[in-house]
Design a protein around this ligand. Structure first.
Ligand SMILES: Cc1ncc(COP(=O)(O)O)c(C=O)c1O
Length: 362
């Protein structure tokens, strides 16, 4: 089986609404919507009033288009399948001068968002002069040969690093570039730079049309000093006990005898493991059974060994993540970034349960 991923849909929508602060948002739904399920998440975001989406995957973009004919769908990775882009009316990133000149003809009629590399420097234009060159070149083409310069964007790679100065630097670099680009007189429908951490720090920056949020929409704090009550986690990950066993002192169990109790001990063999997405660093911390914490002693591909006591029965559920075991708490404990923990979850092996789903099915 391999555990159950439970999402409270009503709470998910409420969390999404709360995290936008009433601003226009492009919801980042890459990697199966941070493993909350792409279709589930898009439908919930639509209900929360979000109508713009960003992903790195053409397949995900197609799925969103089927669900949301009028949505703005932005492909953040450089894209070469221009036919699909055109037929689905996707918006795409324009990542460099070289890309623009190479694909200028193919880009006719396509909505592009010029990307600034900035300090993060994953992809994008180097500076404002390159962007201005493209804007002017495109403008000089006959109208029927032009790309639609719909947006301009960047990504802040340091916004959640509160003890580093780089965020201030990258933000200034971006704002300076933006004012040069805006001086061309070009109107952009989409000006977006801010992830969850940047929005929490600065609110929507002046002149920007949209936030581009991921993790806050899914109910995790982008950094630990924010109030947990502002980011309600709607996801619970639980697993069942497949066996309770009494081990005597020094009786080893697990691969290579990885667990060896010091005294006579009761253990629960739990039906979830790293194959289902439990990170080894997460297994260094407790799980929750009947509201009490118990230590995880061994992690295998499909199982975990938990040291329990005689309060625990076979019917009990073992909670790995939930409202009392927040993803972002484990981030603060060094388990890995919020998105790293979510991204590791094996959406195929986990059973999915949606609570408070008020949609009417035909
Ligand atoms: C380009 C881009 N924009 C926005 C986001 C959303 O960031 P966050 O989840 O921190 O809000 C991501 C996430 O990785 C991203 O890669």
């Amino acid at each position: 089986m391999g555990g159950t991923l439970i999402i409270d849909r009503a709470q998910f929508i409420q969390t999404a609404k709360a995290s936008t602060g009433g601003e226009d948002v492009i919801a980042v739904v890459k990697n199966n919507a941070y493993n909350h399920g792409l279709e589930f998440s898009v439908s919930a975001f639509l209900e929360a009033g979000i109508h713009s989406f960003a992903t790195t995957s053409m397949d995900e973009a197609r799925t969103i288009r089927e669900m949301a004919p009028d949505a703005m769908i932005f492909l953040m990775n450089p894209t070469y399948d221009f036919e699909s882009v055109r037929s689905n009316d996707f918006h795409i990133t324009l990542p460099s001068l070289e890309y623009y000149y190479k694909y200028r003809e193919e880009l006719t009629g396509i909505s592009v968002h010029l990307e600034y590399a900035g300090l993060f420097n994953r992809s994008g234009f180097e500076d404002a002069s390159e962007m201005v060159e493209v804007i002017n070149d495109n403008c000089a083409l006959p109208p029927y040969n032009r790309a639609d310069m719909a947006g301009v964007w960047t990504h802040f790679g340091y916004a959640d690093e509160l003890d580093m100065e780089e965020y201030e630097v990258e933000r200034k670099m971006w704002l300076d570039l933006l004012s040069e680009v805006m001086a061309t007189g070009r109107h952009f429908k989409y000006i977006h730079a801010q992830n969850s951490a940047s929005f929490a720090r600065d609110g929507l920056l002046g002149g920007h049309t949209h936030l581009r949020l991921g993790i806050a929409l899914y109910g995790s704090r982008p950094y630990a000093s924010l109030p947990a009550s502002d980011y309600v986690q709607s996801m619970t990950l639980k697993a069942s006990i497949v066996q309770l066993r009494n081990l005597s002192a020094s009786q080893k169990c697990g691969y290579g005898g990885s667990y060896c109790p010091e005294r006579d001990t009761m253990i629960a063999v739990v039906d979830i493991g790293y194959g289902d997405g439990i990170l080894r660093k997460r297994a260094a911390f407790d799980c929750l059974i009947n509201g009490r914490r118990y230590p995880i002693k061994a992690l295998m591909m499909s199982h975990m060994i938990v040291e329990v006591d005689d309060e625990v029965t076979m019917e009990d559920e073992v909670i790995l993540y939930g409202s009392d075991l927040r993803i972002d708490k484990f981030t603060a404990l060094g388990v890995g970034a919020n998105s790293e923990q979510l991204g590791a979850l094996n959406y195929n092996s986990l059973k999915k349960v949606i609570l408070n789903d008020t949609r009417i099915y035909q």
